[in-house]
Design a binder for this molecule. Structure first.
Ligand SMILES: Cc1ncc(COP(=O)(O)O)c(C=O)c1O
Length: 396
């Protein structure tokens, strides 16, 4: 489907058709090009391809038809000019940041980040002379105050993992641009269905495609999206030369995942909304966080920048760690796992898993108490999920 044709169609249609490269066999389902390399008609053609004088593929570390279909389809849906897929979400985050940075630069990031993202900002970048400042992402003054003469990029995720805080993307983008910096947004929790960071002013959006984009717990993958200029200047050459590339097989799974993404995410969100409604005021729950509810601390920002609630909710079980563990262990349908965005409902105790690396005071700062659990709602019948959660809470 050409770019002008894509514009005619609504987002769901683009997720089914955009980017398809149909082969000479006329297949309906996109082909899996499981190949490392490509052959050339003759020596002149090889030379032209390497000089970029002729379009075509050279080597799957940096270009492959199945990966190109995934990149094109994501770009069309996200409203991005260009995209590059990566082996994992962490490869996407690392590349999106390091591709722009050099020794002496400074990064400002929200403190509420997925554990490995926080490691990149706090521990990894400083090893190469890139300093960083962590701020409370919901406090705009802290972003402003953190800016220095060498600040090159801002980085945030919203809703945050695991406490589902909402950060105002448009406001932070404005502060970043006034400082001559770029803004990178990790959009994993919102999904492209409910939030479009580029349209809100971000320069780059990254995904762990491992989560909702696959949606059935099979493949790891990531993707970086932005303007043609951003991708060409900061991402393409770095990806080509350093090689954190997506496997064509995984690209094919993720490409097919996009076709069902809106249906899955909306259904999971409806179930999460129903579960949050049931749990509000429950005597065994001391705190409930759900971005779709009016009692969410940043409900206004959520309403302004998100088109829907969330497939995830977080809540504090009475009795601290012991209460949370009793609750998790009593679940029969919802399974204990650190993953999210799966067809299967999954529960996580962040304090002892994804965020155990942080000092207790840092966790307290982020609202990650010992009783907090994060629930990623799956595609089971909502009543079965609700029954399971209610029965397990009785065991606390
Ligand atoms: C918000 C967020 N960003 C990035 C990642 C990293 O993705 P991956 O596991 O695909 O490397 C994850 C989860 O693992 C995540 O939850």
């Amino acid at each position: 489907m050409s770019a002008s044709q894509q514009d005619r169609y609504r987002p769901e249609t683009r997720l089914v058709h955009s980017g398809s490269l149909r082969s000479q066999f006329g297949e309906t389902s996109e082909a899996l090009f499981l190949t490392q390399g490509y052959v050339y008609e003759n020596s002149e053609q090889a030379e032209r391809r390497f000089k970029n004088e002729e379009p075509g593929f050279q080597y799957s570390r940096f270009a492959n038809p199945t990966i190109a279909m995934f990149e094109e389809r994501m770009s069309a849906f996200e409203g991005a000019e260009a995209a590059r897929a990566t082996a994992t979400g962490m490869a996407a985050v690392t590349l999106a940041l390091t591709g722009q940075l050099k020794s002496g630069d400074h990064v400002v990031a929200a403190r509420a980040l997925f554990g490995s993202c926080r490691y990149i900002v706090e521990d990894y970048l400083p090893r190469f002379g890139v300093t960083s400042t962590l701020v409370n992402g919901t406090d705009l003054d802290q972003w402003r105050d953190a800016v220095g003469p060498n600040t090159k990029t801002f980085f945030l995720e919203t809703p945050t993992n695991p406490t589902l805080e909402i950060i105002d993307i448009a406001a932070v983008a404005e502060i970043a641009h006034a400082a001559g910096a770029t803004l990178v947004v990790d959009n994993v929790f919102a999904t492209p269905i409910f939030q479009s960071p580029l349209a809100l002013g971000a320069d780059c959006v990254v995904y762990s495609a491992t989560k909702h984009i696959d949606g059935q717990g099979r493949c790891l993958g990531g993707i970086i999206l932005g303007s043609e200029e951003f991708i060409a200047k900061h991402i393409h050459v770095f990806l080509r030369q350093t090689g954190p590339s997506l496997s064509p097989f995984n690209a094919w799974v993720l490409l097919k995942g996009l076709e069902t993404l809106p249906v899955r995410v909306r259904r999971q969100t409806d179930s999460a909304t129903a579960l949050a409604k049931t749990l509000a005021g429950h005597r065994k729950i001391t705190r409930l966080i759900y971005p779709g509810r009016p009692d969410h601390p940043q409900a206004k920002v959520a309403q302004k920048q998100m088109r829907g609630g969330s497939t995830l909710l977080a809540f504090e079980v009475a009795g601290g760690k012991q209460g949370a563990f009793r609750f998790q262990d009593a679940l029969r349908l919802v399974r204990i796992s650190n993953n999210l965005g799966d067809a299967k409902s999954l529960i996580t105790h962040p304090a002892t898993t994804t965020h155990q690396r942080l000092a207790p005071a840092e966790r307290a700062d982020l609202g990650i108490s010992d009783g907090l659990v994060r629930l990623s709602v799956g595609l089971e019948h909502p009543d079965d999920i609700i029954d399971d959660v209610l029965a397990a809470l009785e065991m606390v």
